[in-house]
Design a protein around this ligand. Structure first.
Ligand SMILES: Cc1cc2nc3c(=O)[nH]c(=O)nc-3n(C[C@H](O)[C@H](O)[C@H](O)COP(=O)(O)OP(=O)(O)OC[C@H]3O[C@@H](n4cnc5c(N)ncnc54)[C@H](O)[C@@H]3O)c2cc1C
Length: 393
């Protein structure tokens, strides 16, 4: 039987970061992962460039049953700490939009940095490990694989959520939590495209590929970003963001032209170009294919602008700024970036990430019921929760 101080299950963002910190404290640390390489999600994140943090990250950007839980970790290991590490490694990066920091070259830069940090601190990593059993006796955890039983004082569960099952995602972290008596809150796919009702599919799939800036609203939460029509439904950053707040059966309210006061734009156009057709005027502020679709749906009737009454303008303003979609569902874990829900934060210490009633067992990263917005927030949670646990495990 192999003896370790710390075993971390999961060589993703949170697990690697925790292992590095633990090993720096002189703890004999092993990371186990079921995949062939470390940091697989990091490698494919941000379109291959990894949106590794957000300069505006704050607890307000996270969803959790207990919205205070993430405060401690996020304030003790901040985005500025991670940025300093990235700078120390000379990794070139840029702000894309809304504080989102991406690598200039490749997400591999971040994984290489983590590998070097692991090597420097003396973290051992074992890949392609299928863990069949975990038990606890006499203050020690036994982690069993077909080849070997390993024993450790501290067990850190960093197995992530259920998104992208073909990248090795499993429910193992949730199962372990339940096995040791921790409550797991219901999980669902987050940061995920929404799908059409069959009737909407027939109408809108023709304009798949059309993208426009919108505000998307559900349950009194609003995100201003781009929306994309796809064959399956609605996507783009505005939709991924709002998907975290959308529940089956809810409507989505979309402002199709949030950057324009539509009524005053149309009144202005009416004065300047009275003979112009309404659809031509609308195509100045909306994608042409969408305008044609709205005409086909009789959201407006095409006519010369001079024929428009103030009441028509008002009605059209209302229709375009509060367009209602009723999605059928989400694309699910196949394309979701994150898993909402997970290990109940009431079971954990926010200071250490240790289970309150299970000494030596820690939960970090996405397996915990803390989910960030789109834009580097989820990695920041992984770094911060991993760093915190690494100080104590
Ligand atoms: C396509 C995509 C793009 C994303 N882009 C971004 C982005 O740009 N910015 C951002 O902030 N967030 C992004 N995210 C979210 C981010 O990747 C996750 O929130 C983050 O990786 C969570 O880190 P984690 O360490 O908790 O889990 P993970 O990174 O999922 O790591 C968990 C590890 O545990 C392993 N594992 C699972 N089950 C077992 C088991 N039974 N035995 C052993 N090992 C196991 C997995 O193979 C994996 O290596 C993206 C997600 C996806 C899917």
């Amino acid at each position: 039987m192999q003896q370790w101080d710390v075993i971390v299950i999961g060589a993703g963002a949170a697990g690697l970061f925790c292992a590095i910190e633990a090993a720096k404290r002189g703890r004999k640390t092993l990371v186990l992962d079921n995949g062939k390489r470390i940091g697989r999600k990091i490698l494919m994140s941000g379109g291959g460039r990894c949106n590794f943090t957000n300069i505006y990250a704050s607890p307000a950007n996270y969803l959790s049953e207990n919205r205070h839980f993430c405060k401690s970790a996020l304030s003790r290991y901040t985005q500025w700490d991670f940025i300093a590490l990235v700078q120390q490694y000379g990794i070139a990066y840029h702000e894309k939009t809304l504080g989102q920091l991406f690598c200039d070259n490749s997400a591999k830069d971040i994984v290489d940095m983590l590998q070097q940090e692991c090597d420097k601190a003396g973290v051992q990593i074992a890949l392609q490990q299928e863990i069949s059993n975990v038990t606890f006796a006499d203050g020690q955890y036994q982690v069993v694989t077909p080849q070997l039983t390993r024993q450790c004082q501290s067990l850190v569960v960093a197995c992530g959520g259920l998104s992208l099952p073909n990248l090795g995602a499993t429910a193992f972290g949730f199962q372990l939590a339940e096995q040791f008596g921790l409550k797991v809150l219901p999980v669902r796919a987050g940061l995920v495209p929404l799908t059409w009702q069959p009737s909407d599919k027939a109408v809108f799939e023709e304009i798949s590929g059309v993208s426009l800036p919108v505000t998307a609203e559900a349950n009194n939460v609003v995100f201003p970003e781009d929306m994309l029509f796809t064959h399956r439904g609605l996507s783009g950053p505005a939709i991924l963001q709002i998907s975290n707040y959308w529940q089956p059966g809810d409507e989505l309210t979309i402002n199709l032209a949030p950057e324009q006061a539509i009524a005053s734009f149309l009144s202005e156009q009416q004065q300047q170009h009275p003979a112009q057709e309404l659809k031509t005027a609308l195509a100045k502020i909306l994608p042409k294919r969408l305008v044609e679709k709205l005409l086909e749906l009789q959201v407006f009737q095409n006519q010369p602008l001079k024929a428009l009454h103030a009441k028509n303008i008002e009605r059209l303003d209302q229709a375009l700024s509060c367009y209602i979609f009723k999605p059928n569902g989400t694309e699910g874990y196949r394309t979701a970036e994150v898993t909402l829900g997970g290990v109940d934060t009431n079971e954990l210490s926010s200071k250490t990430m240790e289970a309150k009633n299970q000494p030596g067992m820690y939960f970090i990263g996405e397996v915990v019921d803390v989910t960030g917005w789109l834009g580097g927030y989820n990695f920041q949670w992984a770094w911060a929760s991993g760093w915190v646990a690494g100080q104590y495990c």
